[in-house]
Design a protein around this ligand. Structure first.
Ligand SMILES: *[C@@H]1O[C@H](CO)[C@@H](O)[C@H](O)[C@H]1NC(C)=O
Ligand SMILES: *[C@@H]1O[C@H](CO)[C@@H](O)[C@H](O)[C@H]1NC(C)=O
Ligand SMILES: *[C@@H]1O[C@H](CO)[C@@H](O)[C@H](O)[C@H]1NC(C)=O
Ligand SMILES: *[C@@H]1O[C@H](CO)[C@@H](O)[C@H](O)[C@H]1NC(C)=O
Ligand SMILES: *[C@@H]1O[C@H](CO)[C@@H](O)[C@H](O)[C@H]1NC(C)=O
Ligand SMILES: *[C@@H]1O[C@H](CO)[C@@H](O)[C@H](O)[C@H]1NC(C)=O
Length: 659
C-alpha cells in the first residue's frame, strides 16, 4: 500500500519510510552533475534537502506588460473587500516540523539547541513578535512517550525498523527532555508551540503530549492538534473504510471525554482541528466536516480551525505510488497566481464560518508540494515568490496564520535544515528560499496587530498586487513580477497613486531578488542573504539596502521599477520600523546556554561552528559582538518630521558553550 496513492493529497513526507534518493534517482529529475562541486569538507551530499537541480525557466509572454497603474484609498474605511485584521500577535508564517526531524531542525536536547535555529527564529520575532511552531505531521500519530533517556543524549528516536509502516510500531519515541528543550527555546526567543496528539489508537489515547506539554510549557503551548489529515486515515489503512467525517467527530467526542477525565490535562479547551488535507472528490471537502456540526459542537474546546493543503504532491517519486512527475513540467504552476486562486478559493466559505464562530483559521501544514516537494522547484527563487504570494493571498482570504512544513534531509522544501550529520563541520546550515517568504510576510504586517490586506486587480496572473493597511491607513504595497526575462523587455514600471492625491515625497522599497526564477543561489532580501547551501548560520549577511524612490507629488504618483522577475515591498511611510529591519539579534556565535553566565569561549565556538568568530567577520558585514548600524541602509534617508526613528533594537547576545 503506497503512502500517497491519491492525487492532490496533503500528505507530508515522513522519515518513517526512510526513503533515500539515489544519485540515479536525482538524475531523473535533471540534476546538473557539474553543479555538484566539492567543498573543502568533501562532495556535496545528494540528499534532497541539498539538491542542486536547476530547471529551465518558462519563456516570457510574447506581449510583455510594461506598465501597471493602481489607485487606492488612503483610508481603510473607504476601501472595499479587505481582509480581517491580522491580529493574532504572531508572524503570519510560522513553521510545522515533522516530529521525526526535530533533531535536524531545533536541537539535540534541552542543553544543546542549535544556534542557527535560534538566529532564524529571532529574525522573524524581531519583525513580527511571536513565531508559531507546530511539532507534528504524520509521525505524530504513532509518537510514543519514552520514560527514560536515550543513550545518544537525543530527545527523540526513530523506530529502527522498516521501510513500511506498520500500525503497531511507533514512528517516534520522545523523552520528557523534549518539553524542556521547547521551554528553553521559548525562554530565549518568543516561540509558541502547537503539539500533535497521537490519534492512532482512540481506544487508548496517549495523552503524555498534553500532560507534559501543559505542565512544562504552560502558556508557551498554544494548543494541541487532535487528528492529522483524518481524511486520509482510510487510504493509509489507519482506519477501516469507510471512514467519514461523522466517525472523526465521534472520535473527537471520545478524546474530549478522556481529557475531561484526566486530571493531568489541566487545560481542556485548547485543541485544533479538523486538519483535513483535502477537498472533493477523493478526500473530505471542508464543507463535509462543517456539515457534521463540528464547529458548533466543539466551539468551546477549539483554539482554532485548521486545514492542511499543498498545491500538489510528489508521491510518485517519493514512494513509487502514482505517476512520476517531471518537476520541469509543473514549474510554471509555481510561477503564476492562478494556482493560488484555485487552491485558496476553496476555503473562502470556511474562513467566513471561522469568523462567525470567532475562531482563527490556520493553514496548519503546507509548502510547495507534499511528499517532499520537487527537485529544482522547492528551493528556487520562483518558489520563494510563489510561497510569498500564497501567504499574501491567504491573509487576504482571512486565514490567520499558515505553517510551512519541514520534513528534514529527505525532502526538498525545508525552510531550513542542519548539515548532514556525517559531513564535516565546514558544511553549515541550509536555508531554503521559502524562508525568505516567511521573513517578508513578517515584515508585511510587522508588529502591528491591525494589518489588513487588499488584493488589487492587475489583470495578469503574473503580476499579483496587494495593498496593506495598518489600522486606518494605507501602509504598504506588495508587488510581484513572476515573469522571467533577462532581456529586460518584461520589466515593469508600477505607478501607485492615492485616491484624492497625497502620495509622499518618497517611498522606501525593499526587493526580493535573484538572477532568475530557477536560481537557488544568491537570493537577497533588501540586499542581504542567508547564504547558499551549507553557508548559513541563520543571520543575514551583506549590506542592507532599502531603496529610496522619489514620487511625483504634483502628479500624485510613485513609479516603482519592478524587474522581471522580482518582488517589491513598498513602504508608503519611510519611518515605519520594518524599513530598517536589517539583521538578527543573535550573534553568529550564540551557543547553547547551560548556565546563565554570559561569556565567550572562542575555542568551543571555533569547533562547534567550523568557523572561528574571526573568520566570520570576513564572511559578512555582521560581526559577532558588534552592533550593526540600526538603519543599515546604504542610501541615507531622512524621516519626515523628527529625525531618523529608532529602527531596530539590536541586542547581541552571546551564549557560551560550557564543556
Ligand atoms: C545533550 O546532548 C549533549 C551532547 O551529546 C550531552 O552532553 C548532554 O548530556 C545532553 N543533555 C541532556 C539533558 O540529555
Ligand atoms: C534548559 O533545560 C534544562 C533541563 O535539561 C534546565 O536545567 C536548564 O535550566 C534550562 N535552561 C534554560 C535557559 O531554561
Ligand atoms: C495503533 O493502534 C492499534 C489499533 O488500535 C494498536 O494496536 C497499536 O498498538 C497502536 N500503535 C501505537 C504505536 O500506538
Ligand atoms: C474577509 O473577511 C471580510 C470581513 O468579514 C470580508 O468582507 C471579506 O470578503 C473576506 N475576504 C474573503 C476573500 O473572503
Ligand atoms: C553569487 O554571488 C557571488 C558573490 O557576489 C558571486 O561570486 C557568484 O558568482 C554568484 N553566484 C551565482 C550563481 O550567481
Ligand atoms: C540597492 O538596490 C537597488 C535596487 O535593486 C539597486 O539598484 C542598487 O544598486 C542597490 N544599491 C547597492 C548599494 O547595492
Amino acid at each position: 500500500m503506497g503512502f500517497c496513492s491519491v492525487p492532490w493529497s496533503g500528505v507530508a513526507l515522513s522519515l518513517l519510510w526512510q526513503f533515500h534518493f539515489t544519485s540515479g534517482g536525482i538524475t531523473t529529475y535533471g540534476l546538473v552533475p557539474a553543479a555538484q562541486t566539492a567543498l573543502a569538507g568533501g562532495p556535496l551530499p545528494t540528499l534532497p534537502a541539498y539538491d542542486q537541480t536547476v530547471l529551465q525557466p518558462p519563456a516570457p509572454p510574447e506581449q510583455p506588460v510594461k506598465a501597471l497603474t493602481f489607485e487606492v484609498q488612503r483610508d481603510a474605511a473607504d476601501a472595499q473587500g479587505m481582509s480581517i485584521p491580522h491580529e493574532h500577535g504572531a508572524a503570519f508564517y510560522g513553521f510545522s516540523i515533522e516530529m521525526s526531524v526535530i533533531g535536524q531542525t531545533i536541537g539535540k536536547n534541552s542543553t544543546h539547541i542549535f544556534p542557527a535555529f535560534l538566529n532564524l527564529m529571532s529574525n522573524i520575532c524581531e519583525r513580527a513578535g511571536i513565531v508559531l511552531i507546530r511539532l507534528g505531521g504524520n509521525t505524530q500519530e504513532y509518537a510514543r512517550f519514552h520514560d527514560g533517556v536515550f543513550e545518544d543524549g537525543r530527545i527523540t528516536q526513530k523506530e529502527k525498523s522498516g521501510t513500511t509502516q506498520t500500525t503497531d510500531t511507533p514512528a517516534v519515541m520522545y523523552t520528557i527532555d523534549l518539553f524542556y528543550m521547547l521551554a528553553n527555546v521559548s525562554a530565549m526567543v518568543p516561540v509558541k508551540w502547537f503539539l500533535g496528539l497521537p490519534f492512532n489508537d482512540t481506544s487508548t489515547f496517549h495523552l503524555e503530549m498534553a500532560e507534559y506539554g501543559q505542565a512544562i510549557l504552560g502558556d508557551n503551548l498554544i494548543a494541541l492538534q487532535a487528528g492529522n489529515e483524518p481524511d486520509l486515515y482510510a487510504a493509509h489503512e489507519k482506519r477501516l473504510p469507510p471512514y467519514l467525517p461523522e466517525n472523526f467527530v465521534d472520535e473527537w467526542h471520545e478524546l474530549i471525554k478522556t481529557v475531561d477525565e484526566n486530571p493531568k490535562v489541566t487545560v481542556k479547551n485548547k485543541f485544533v482541528g479538523p486538519s483535513i488535507s483535502g477537498s472533493d472528490p477523493i478526500q473530505w471537502n471542508p464543507d463535509a466536516v462543517w456539515e457534521t456540526g463540528f464547529i458548533d459542537t466543539f466551539k468551546d474546546r477549539l483554539y482554532a480551525l485548521t486545514v492542511e493543503r499543498y498545491l500538489t504532491h510528489n508521491c510518485g517519486a517519493a514512494f513509487g505510488s502514482g505517476e512520476i512527475v517531471n518537476p520541469q513540467d509543473v514549474f510554471s504552476w509555481y510561477l503564476s497566481h492562478q494556482t493560488i486562486l484555485n487552491l485558496i478559493g476553496e476555503y473562502h466559505s470556511s474562513t467566513a464560518l471561522a469568523q462567525q464562530a470567532g475562531l482563527p483559521f490556520i493553514m496548519f501544514e503546507t509548502n510547495t508540494a507534499s511528499c517532499g516537494g520537487f527537485a529544482g522547484i522547492s528551493q528556487s527563487y520562483g518558489a520563494a515568490l510563489w510561497i510569498l504570494d500564497y501567504g499574501m493571498y491567504m491573509a487576504y482570504s482571512n486565514f490567520s496564520n499558515a505553517l510551512l512544513h519541514i520534513g528534514g534531509q529527505n525532502v526538498f522544501y525545508n525552510p531550513w535544515v542542519a548539515p548532514p550529520t556525517k559531513q564535516s563541520t565546514f558544511h553549515e546550515w541550509t536555508v531554503g528560499s521559502v524562508f525568505y517568504s516567511a521573513l517578508i510576510m513578517a515584515e508585511v504586517f510587522g508588529k502591528s496587530n491591525d494589518g489588513r490586506v487588499l488584493q488589487l486587480e492587475s489583470g495578469s496572473v503574473f503580476t499579483p498586487t496587494y495593498a496593506i493597511y495598518d489600522g486606518t491607513t494605507l501602509s504598504k504595497f506588495a508587488l510581484f513580477n513572476y515573469v522571467n526575462d533577462p532581456t529586460g523587455a518584461s520589466d515593469i514600471v508600477v505607478s501607485l497613486s492615492v485616491a484624492g492625491g497625497g502620495v509622499p515625497q518618497s517611498v522606501k522599497v525593499k526587493y526580493l531578488l535573484a538572477d532568475s526564477v530557477q536560481s537557488k543561489t544568491n537570493i537577497t532580501w533588501a540586499g542581504q542573504t542567508f547564504g547558499n547551501n551549507f553557508e548559513a548560520d541563520g543571520l543575514l549577511k551583506g549590506d542592507h539596502n532599502a531603496t529610496t524612490v522619489y514620487c511625483d507629488v504634483s502628479a500624485n504618483v510613485c513609479r516603482i521599477p519592478l524587474r522581471a522577475p522580482s518582488f517589491a515591498l513598498v513602504f508608503m511611510d519611510s519611518t515605519s520600523p520594518e524599513v530598517g529591519q536589517a539583521t538578527a539579534t543573535y550573534s553568529t556565535t550564540a551557543y547553547t546556554k547551560r548556565h546563565n553566565t554570559l561569556k565567550v569561549d572562542p575555542t568551543s565556538l571555533a569547533v562547534s561552528n567550523g568557523h572561528s568568530g574571526k573568520d566570520r567577520v570576513k564572511m559578512g558585514s555582521t560581526s559577532p559582538g558588534s552592533v550593526v548600524a540600526p538603519n543599515g541602509a546604504t542610501t541615507p534617508y531622512y524621516a519626515t518630521g523628527g529625525g531618523v526613528s529608532l529602527l531596530l533594537s539590536l541586542s547581541v547576545i552571546i551564549w557560551v558553550l560550557v564543556g
